[in-house]
Write a protein that binds this ligand. Structure first.
Ligand code: IDP
Ligand code: MG
Length: 145
């Protein structure tokens, strides 16, 4: 299995649900180790840049508005197959379609306020981690359970 990194964002609804700890616990339990972590209030231009791939979508303005509506937690997660593993633990974009036991099924409010972001490929993970973190902000440590 390949050791990968992926970008995770705990979205405003996660913080407003008081669920930071519960969501991070699920990620860690899945073998996704936070190697960078920071709270942040996204600006409109940061959110527009981050979601630029979606700029022609009908939900783009609403998504940018939502992502800037409150603070988020930014994380780089590391682990075997971290990109796909994170997507699996997150569940489908629409919480109504997310599998039982996934983060979105259990915490998300709507298809927009869906609790977590996760990179969708290793290439995008590199771009997204670099969007928010300097290389020197990523730490190294071992987890032994
Ligand atoms: P993903 O987060 O599961 O990768 P994307 O299709 O990349 O889903 O969409 C990015 C984000 O845009 C979603 O997480 C969600 O917050 C929002 N979004 C996606 N589809 C819709 C929609 O149909 N209506 C409103 N918001 C949406
Ligand atoms: Mg996506």
């Amino acid at each position: 299995m390949a050791l990968e990194r992926t970008l995770s964002i705990l979205k405003p609804d996660c913080l407003q649900s008081g669920a930071i700890g519960q969501v991070v616990a699920r990620l860690e339990a899945a073998g996704l180790k936070p190697v960078a972590m920071r709270m942040h209030q996204l600006t409109t231009s940061e959110a527009e840049g981050f979601y630029a791939v979606h700029r022609e979508r009908p939900f783009f303005r609403s998504l940018v508005s939502y992502m800037t509506s409150g603070p988020v937690v930014l994380m780089a997660l590391e682990g075997d197959n971290a990109v796909a593993k994170n997507r699996e633990v997150m569940g489908a974009t629409d919480p109504a379609k997310a599998a039982p036991g996934t983060i979105r099924r259990d915490f998300a409010k709507s298809i927009e306020a869906n609790t977590v972001h996760g990179s969708d490929s290793t290439d995008n993970a590199k771009i997204e981690i670099a969007y928010f973190f300097r290389a020197t902000e990523l730490v190294k440590y071992d987890v032994k359970r």
